[in-house]
Design a protein around this ligand. Structure first.
Ligand SMILES: [Zn+2]
Length: 405
């Protein structure tokens, strides 16, 4: 039969990967365990187990840790094995407009250390050089002689995951920056680039409010607005990596210039800056308010909590516009959970009632009934944890089976 050879080869690879993941699962669940013990737990043949264990020892993921008790038959005590998570370090970096966080974790995703510092000013190359230096520093402090296996980078803006390129990040002043190429040249390891919303969605899915719900959408709202969609737990990237840029869909009647170059984009009516601008416009129209002079999102939220009419109306309008975005996402993707994340999630108590009401009004009944609307529980930790988890997911087949086992 034509194509039988390659097909069988592919099947054998899958079998090998599955067997490897079974062995790793036994090692991670069972503490110290012998080769015979793994064979018993997994029901794999002993020679198969031995071959996989030899591979894992060569990779540093497993180590021998002495001998166990004498077996019932009185034979030689078996050599015990242990999973060595520290052999495989992963760095996550969240480059924010003002602050940057670099964290290092082991192959289990346990965080071993982190640093937070002001995002350096200067060229993108200078920023990435500093991120690389901090990454090496945090790894060295956590695990002397530790080896970085992969790096995950997240930033606010449009990213092309497949090429590792930041297409546009207005808050950083970046355009067409080959982040992956630059960092790989310095650190000599694979680099996985995502936008902040995608990272937050993966982190909420695996460790936050997402509770491992596979079909999850995260509305990421702060300076801008985007949505990250997970299908069966995997990020939907689109052909060029820019899927989810819902904030740049045009709102009929919108007149405010957007930093993408268009006019009237949704994020000019549903974001932190939109909230402040709406309050400012009401003041300019002569409305009375406790707000005056220079104020920011927190001031508007505080005024709304005190019953200020201008602030209350601005919050309601942004909440309704976020609800519109949510209804489009719910209709288009039918997620089981929709999470509100990003900086504006900090005032979710004010926004959610409006978001929910608008969603109930405009989303299709069956899709609305199927979705649970929640708020991020990881808060400001979501982006850097997502960077770590995405790097672990992508880095190698070994990491994928480690994480999912
Ligand atoms: Zn726009």
């Amino acid at each position: 039969m034509e194509g039988a050879g390659p097909r069988r080869g592919a099947d054998q690879n899958v079998v090998r990967e599955v067997n490897r993941s079974l062995v790793l699962a036994a090692l991670r669940a069972g503490g110290r365990i012998s080769r015979a013990g793994i064979a018993r737990v997994t029901t794999l043949a002993k020679p198969t187990v031995s071959a996989i264990v030899d591979e894992l020892i060569a990779d540093g993921l497993v180590r021998e840790v002495g001998r166990g008790a004498t077996s019932v038959g009185g034979g030689r005590p078996p050599i015990l094995l242990e999973f060595n998570a520290a052999s495989h370090l992963v760095v996550g970096a969240h480059i924010g407009a003002r602050r940057t966080t670099v964290a290092v974790s082991d192959a289990d995703g346990h965080e071993l250390g982190r640093r937070e510092f002001d995002t350096p000013t200067g060229t993108p190359e200078a920023v990435l050089r500093e991120v690389a230096a901090q990454a090496a520093g945090v790894v060295g402090a956590a695990v002397p002689d530790g080896r970085i296996a992969a790096v995950g980078v997240v930033l606010p803006g449009l990213t092309d995951f497949h090429r590792g390129v930041c297409l546009l990040a207005p808050n950083l002043g970046w355009r067409d920056v080959p982040v992956g190429e630059v960092l790989t040249a310095i650190l000599g390891v694979p680099v996985y680039l995502h936008n902040a919303g995608q990272a937050a969605a993966v982190a909420e899915h695996l460790e936050g409010v997402g509770a491992k719900v596979g079909d999850l959408a995260l509305l990421y709202v702060g300076t801008g607005l985007s949505v990250a969609v997970l299908c069966a737990g995997q990020v939907l990237y689109g052909a060029g990596g820019t899927a989810g840029e819902i904030g740049h869909c045009r709102m009929p009647g919108g007149t405010v210039p957007c930093n993408c170059g268009n006019v009237g984009c949704l994020e000019t009516l549903a974001s932190g800056p939109a909230l402040v601008r709406l309050a400012r416009e009401a003041l300019a129209a002569g409305r009375a308010s406790v707000l005056n002079g220079g104020f920011d999102v927190r001031d508007v939220a505080a005024a709304a909590r005190c019953g200020d009419a201008v602030a209350t109306e601005a919050v309601a309008e942004v909440g309704r516009n976020l609800g519109l975005a949510a209804s489009w996402v719910i209709n288009a993707y039918n997620p089981a959970m929709l999470v509100l994340g990003g900086g504006l999630a900090a005032i979710s108590d004010l926004l959610l009632p409006h978001l929910r009401a608008t969603t109930t009004q405009y989303a299709l009944g069956p899709a609305r009934r199927a979705v649970e609307i929640q708020v991020s529980t990881l808060g400001r930790d979501a982006e850097v944890r997502g960077a770590v988890l995405l790097a672990l997911q992508h880095s190698t087949t070994y990491d994928r089976v480690v994480l999912r086992s």
